[in-house]
Design a protein around this ligand. Structure first.
Ligand SMILES: Nc1ncnc2c1ncn2[C@@H]1O[C@H](COP(=O)(O)OP(=O)(O)O)[C@@H](O)[C@H]1O
Ligand SMILES: [Mg+2]
Length: 176
């Protein structure tokens, strides 16, 4: 199932992540793709907040993967941990294997930024989310669409494998 939604602001992207978080559980894998500035880290921050994980979710720039311990979800129930990976810095799947994330993957929701073509081998069940920032010339003299704070994003969400076969992503994300 593929769902497309408009994200007019960073807050909308965080709300989208929060809506998804209600469905997420330990062992789930999300592969995030999109250009620099598309909102991958913003999405992951919204996810971390909704799952209630410990620590500050930030761009994993100098480290390849950051593990956030499980905490309490916004609704008061215990949440999964969060493993946040920046695959852009990985040379290949061998390096992802070398991180030895297997045990934490089972206890966490794993989000891989720039993961397309690399992280798929981790599991057959996954959510693929592509964030696209429209580019183009200014629509008028006052709007600079190249500025990261300007312009909406479009998200495409695709559930793959048995895990997502019975999940109505459209209904889930309509609340975002
Ligand atoms: N609709 C939107 N969704 C996500 N981020 C947005 C949006 N509109 C503006 N932004 C801003 O764009 C930037 C996205 O940066 P970031 O999430 O780090 O992107 P990435 O991790 O994909 O490189 C942030 O400064 C964020 O506030
Ligand atoms: Mg990022």
């Amino acid at each position: 199932m593929t769902v497309t939604l408009d994200l007019p602001s960073a807050d909308a992207t965080r709300a989208f992540a929060a809506a998804l978080a209600g469905e997420l559980r330990a062992g789930d894998l999300i592969i995030l793709t999109g250009d620099l500035g598309a909102g991958k880290t913003t999405f992951t921050q919204g996810l971390g907040a909704a799952l209630g994980v410990r620590g500050h979710v930030s761009s994993p720039t100098f480290i390849v993967a950051r593990e956030h311990a499980a905490g309490v979800r916004a609704d008061g129930t215990p949440g999964p941990g969060l493993v946040h990976v920046d695959a852009y810095r990985l040379g290949g799947l061998g390096e992802l294997d070398a991180l030895d994330l297997d045990s934490s993957l089972e206890e966490s929701v794993t989000v891989v930024e720039w993961g397309a073509g690399l992280a798929e081998a981790l599991t057959e069940d996954r959510l693929e989310i592509e964030l696209v920032r429209p580019r183009g010339g200014p629509v008028d003299g006052t709007v600079d669409l190249e500025h990261p704070e300007v312009g909406n994003r479009v998200a495409t969400v695709r559930g793959i494998g048995a895990r997502w076969a019975g999940v109505d992503l459209g209904a889930l994300l309509r609340t975002a």
